[in-house]
Every structure is written in structure tokens, then in C-alpha cells.
Design a protein around this ligand. Structure first.
Ligand code: NAP
Length: 321
């Protein structure tokens, strides 16, 4: 049974959406392909919305607050949509709006996300549920609801993952768990949809400027976190000190560029690792390698060094290096 499942998976993985000729893809009368970006009010989502609209797409920009919808409405080739990714009724209404507009939908950028911070053994269940509701169930709900349109266009799904989908860090357990789930979501969805011509990618950013940290702190404070009785009080207080405005980091222009590539290139990559420096890139690749080595180590069918290097060479060849 298991063997049969693996065989099916391997067959699916070999069919690439990039094989769909560009001429077969629907284009609206103004020549702009429509894409949806969730969480477009700030940070990576806002940058990606601006870049995609400037580079020839028509962008449905999802936001929750009226002031953000109003600000997005001022951008050319952008139509704001009220969209909380935890609210199925809002998602259904967004699908109806996009369908009624008659442009079809070429791509979904699942970008909306939050960070829930705190030591795993002290997190309240509702905090972890909220983390997954936005970061994991959000992309799943949105991709599922828009799937009929994406199957029609043989389009694209691209989700904002994170280097935290590979690297884990203390006080970030909930966030890291959610971003690891986004990696699995991407690979499974890609295996399922590639046979229908839909390509699926994940963009994994390192640290960039955005409101994510300030919002996370705000949420913790609003929930009345005091550190009372916590074994990690000091570490948490250190984390919560300051404004969390992330001005020390670069603007996420490179992240928006990765989304542009995922949506416009004939050969979109499965994974886009986008970091502001070599250190964060190496940290991430090393963590992925460490996991492989740990998985292989001291088990009855462990591959020796030569076999590991051969596998590495095969994977490098697969991605064209
Ligand atoms: N910045 C980084 O360094 C970094 C690194 C790796 C990954 N990421 C990921 O990048 C994505 C965007 O985050 P960001 O860093 O740009 O932070 P951000 O500025 O806080 O943006 C987050 C966006 O998600 C929206 N959002 C939150 N909850 C939502 C919900 N329930 N439904 C719909 N939208 C919701 C926010 O809308 P509101 O304004 O209404 O709250 C906002 O538009 C996230 O998935 C995050 O995990 C960021």
C-alpha cells in the first residue's frame, strides 16, 4: 500500500506545470493576469502587491482593516478585497468577487501571517491554535477556495514560508511549527496539482523589515502576558523590550522579487530562499543538512558518505546546478 502511494507520488512529481505553454494561459482584456495577495496591508504583502502591480499584474489585495483597504485602493491596478484568512465567509465572498470580475485568476500569494512567541511548554492552547489558524489553515483555506479558478488558468500558488520552516529557535516554537507545516503544505499541494498544470512554490524569507514583531508584541501585551511564574521570564522580557519595529532590517524588496519570479517565470522554483545576508542563508542550509545527517545516522540502512554525496549530486543536477 505504502509502496503504491510512493509510486503515485513520484509519477506526480515528474509532471511540471512549466510544461504548460504560456499561450494556453488566460489573460484579461487589459493584458494583465490577475493574482491575489493575502495580508497586503504591510510588510512583505504590501511590497509584493506594489511590485506585481508595477510589473504588469492585476492584484486583488487582501486586507482586514478599512484604513488599509482604502490605502490599497489608491494603487494602480490593485483592487482591495476584505479578507481575513480565518473567516470562511470572507474567503467565499472574495472568490465570488473574483469570479464575477471575469478576469479569472492566475495566482494566489498566501502571505498573511502572524508570529506567536513564547516557550512551548507555557503556550496556551488557544495561542497555538491561533498561530496555525492564520499561518497554516489560512493558506489551505484560501488555496482550496480558489483552486477551481487556478485549475482553469493552470496558474500558480506561492506561499510565504520562512527560514523558520527549516531552522527552529527557542520562544519561536509555535511559529516554527507553523512554518514547517507550510513546507509540507507546499510539497503536497505541488505533487497533487502539478498533473493539472498548476505550479506551487514557497518563498522562505530571512529577517526583513515589517510589522510582524510589533504585532506579535502587541498581541502578547493585549493578552496580558506578565511573565509571572515563567521559567523564561528574562528571555521573554528581553524579546519584548523595544518597539519591535525591525528598522534594523532591510525592506523586503528581494522577497517581492521572488514572488514575481514564482508567478511569472516559465520554470518557477519550488523553494525560494531569500535572506538579507550570507549568514542567514548558510544557517538555513546547514539546518536542512543537519536534519538529513541526523535522519541517516545510525539506522540499519544508513547511507555511507559516498552514497550521500551521490544523492547530493543527483539533487543538484535536478535543479540544474
Ligand atoms: N518579516 C520577516 O522577516 C519575515 C520572515 C519570514 C517570513 N515572514 C512571513 O511573511 C509574511 C508576512 O509578514 P510580514 O513580516 O510582512 O509582517 P506584517 O507586516 O505584520 O504583515 C502581516 C500581514 O498579514 C496580515 N494578517 C494577519 N492576520 C491575518 C488574518 N487573520 N487574515 C488576513 N490577513 C492577516 C496582516 O494584516 P493586519 O495588518 O490586518 O494585521 C498583514 O497584512 C508572514 O507569513 C510571515 O510569517 C516574514
Amino acid at each position: 500500500m505504502l509502496r503504491a502511494l510512493f509510486s503515485v507520488a513520484l509519477v506526480c512529481l515528474t509532471v511540471s506545470a512549466a510544461q504548460v505553454p504560456a499561450s494556453a494561459r488566460p489573460v484579461a482584456p487589459d493584458g494583465r493576469r490577475a493574482v491575489l495577495v493575502t495580508g497586503a496591508s504591510s510588510g512583505i504583502g504590501r511590497k509584493t502587491t506594489e511590485l506585481l502591480a508595477a510589473r504588469g499584474f492585476f492584484v486583488y489585495a487582501g486586507a482586514r482593516k478599512q484604513e488599509d483597504l482604502d490605502a490599497l485602493a489608491k494603487l494602480e491596478h490593485v483592487q482591495p478585497l476584505r479578507l481575513d484568512v480565518t473567516e470562511q465567509t470572507e474567503i467565499d465572498a472574495a472568490v465570488a468577487t473574483v469570479r464575477a470580475a471575469g478576469r479569472g485568476l492566475w495566482g494566489v500569494v498566501n502571505n498573511a501571517g502572524i508570529g506567536v512567541f513564547g516557550p512551548l511548554i507555557e503556550l496556551r492552547e488557544e495561542e497555538l491554535v491561533q498561530q496555525f489558524d492564520v499561518n497554516v489553515f489560512g493558506p489551505w483555506r484560501v488555496s482550496k477556495a480558489f483552486a477551481p479558478l487556478l485549475l482553469e488558468s493552470k496558474g500558480r500558488v506561492a506561499t510565504t514560508g520562512s527560514i523558520s520552516g527549516v531552522v527552529c529557535w527557542p520562544m519561536g516554537g509555535g511559529y516554527c511549527m507553523s512554518k514547517h507545516a507550510v513546507e509540507a503544505f507546499t510539497d503536497t499541494l505541488a505533487a497533487e496539482l502539478s498533473a493539472f498544470g498548476v505550479a506551487v512554490s514557497v518563498v522562505d524569507p530571512g529577517n526583513y523589515r515589517s510589522d510582524i514583531e510589533a504585532n506579535a508584541r502587541e498581541r502578547l501585551r493585549a493578552q496580558g502576558w506578565s511573565g509571572e511564574g515563567s521559567r523564561w521570564r528574562e528571555a521573554m522580557e528581553r524579546m519584548l523590550a523595544g518597539s519591535g519595529d525591525r528598522v534594523q532590517y532591510k525592506e523586503p524588496d528581494a522577497v517581492a522579487e521572488a514572488f514575481f519570479h514564482a508567478l511569472s517565470d516559465d520554470q518557477p522554483k519550488r523553494r525560494y530562499l531569500v535572506t538579507p545576508n550570507a549568514r542567514e542563508a548558510e544557517l538555513t542550509v546547514r539546518a536542512a543538512l543537519a536534519r538529513t545527517v541526523q535522519l541517516n545516522h545510525d539506522q540499519p540502512w544508513a547511507l555511507d558518505r559516498e552514497a550521500l554525496v551521490r544523492l547530493l549530486d543527483e539533487e543538484l543536477e535536478r535543479v540544474g546546478e
